[in-house]
Design a protein around this ligand. Structure first.
Ligand code: HSE
Length: 396
């Protein structure tokens, strides 16, 4: 029997508890050993819990208990999650997490410690909730050079934008509805400003490139500025607006990454990913395109990915699963101003489109003319546009 400890009994932690108890028999069959929860760490009291004896407020109970082989960190945030994870790895325990902020910030160090200790630091649930993406990148798609990886990585913003696109809601009304339904936090900044998607694309870009992509170097725009006019403008161009986390790895090893709202043609696979669902598209040099779709958040979907990592840890109880990126000193990030894209532009100047080659007028939105440009560098687009209109990048 393998004893595990859960750090944090919030939404994900309680989901992990539930799945380990509910699916104990099939988990045992798959892991090759019984998995039992010995501790749950939380600062709150759970006096009415059916297994209240499991709860502790003292991390040392877990750290010093040699019987605990796997620590499940589902606390979120950097502190004390970082200290606890590091200490657990150094004590020879496996660590499994859903904490994208921690992985995106201290992942390099924690992965190194895991390797040195011949243990595992696994984080399938940190990106895309229940959607398998970390393990596919590290295993099933390992034969490929990953050239592009992008997608809808945040359920809250996708819910809001879906309401705006399909029902004509304003941003404020859609956000209020998302909060009412419990999708958006009372302080929704991390989601609506794109920070959550930024951490996730940083993790994916690091895995895909093999180099630590610091989220601080990823230009990030959220959706708070998206208006009904933007949605209408996109519709004229046959597009929907989605918040996209995007990363491209060039042949010379340069990496481009960005998080921003994009106009996506209705014919694109991502255009129909609606509500709180996430989808991630990977383009590998041998496999071509693969798409992963499912629930990117929520108690049981996220816990499903966490428990899968626990099972993998138990299957590799005395060995390290190679999962690694390295820290590179020289700057390998592409200048976003040099990157080419097509743009959906709207302007009160009806002649503005003439400044852009291959521009195609798609219609009028209020007093503005909307048009789609041919591909050009961002800095050239901004120079031509000046302050005469607004733009949204196209995914195509
Ligand atoms: N707030 C995140 C989302 C939860 O809306 O997708 C999962 O990271």
């Amino acid at each position: 029997m393998v004893k595990v400890a859960i750090l944090g009994y919030g939404t994900v932690g309680s989901g992990v508890y539930e799945i380990i108890r509910k699916n104990a028999a099939s988990i045992k069959r798959k892991a090759g050993d019984e998995i039992d929860i010995k501790y749950i760490l939380d600062i709150r009291d759970f006096e009415n819990h059916e297994e209240k004896q499991l709860f502790t407020k003292n991390f040392d109970d877990i750290l010093n208990d040699e019987e605990v082989k796997v620590v499940i960190e589902v606390m979120g945030g950097l502190n004390p999650a970082y200290d606890f994870s590091k200490a657990a790895l150094l004590a020879g325990k496996h660590v499994v997490t859903s904490n994208k902020e921690l992985v995106a910030t201290h992942g390099t160090e924690l992965l190194q410690i895991a390797q040195q200790m011949n243990r595992n630091y696994l984080f399938e649930a940190s990106v895309g909730g229940g959607i398998p993406i970390i393990r596919p990148l590290n295993q099933c798609l390992a034969a490929n050079e990953i050239e592009e990886i992008y997608g809808i990585l945040n359920g809250t913003t996708n819910y809001i934008l879906t309401k705006m696109v399909k029902e004509g809601a304003s941003f404020d009304d859609a956000l209020a509805e998302a909060q009412r339904l419990g999708y958006a936090e009372r302080n929704p900044e991390a989601d609506v400003e794109g920070h959550d998607a930024c951490r996730k694309i940083a993790i994916l870009a690091s895995l895909a490139s093999g180099k630590f992509v610091d989220y601080k170097n990823i230009p990030t725009e959220g959706i708070t500025g998206i208006t009904k006019s933007d949605v209408a403008c996109a519709a004229k161009a046959g597009c929907v607006i989605k918040l996209v986390g995007y990363a491209k790895i060039e042949d010379d090893g340069k990496v481009f990454a960005r998080v921003c709202p994009m106009a996506i043609p209705q014919t694109h696979q991502l255009a129909d990913v609606n509500g709180v669902f996430n989808a991630i598209l990977v383009h590998g040099d041998s496999i071509d395109d693969v798409m992963f779709y499912g629930r990117g958040a929520g108690k049981l979907p996220t816990a499903s990915a966490v428990v899968a990592d626990v099972i993998d840890s138990v299957k590799h109880i005395d060995s390290h699963i190679r999962l690694m990126w390295r820290e590179v000193k020289e700057n390998f990030m592409m200048d976003p101003e040099e990157v080419c894209s097509r743009y959906l532009i709207r302007s009160a100047n009806a002649d503005l489109a003439e400044r852009f080659i291959k521009a195609e007028i798609v219609g009028e939105v209020g007093a503005e003319t909307a048009f789609v440009t041919g591909p050009l560098k961002e800095k050239d687009m901004k120079e031509k546009l000046g302050s005469e209109g607004s733009f949204i990048r196209m995914l195509s």
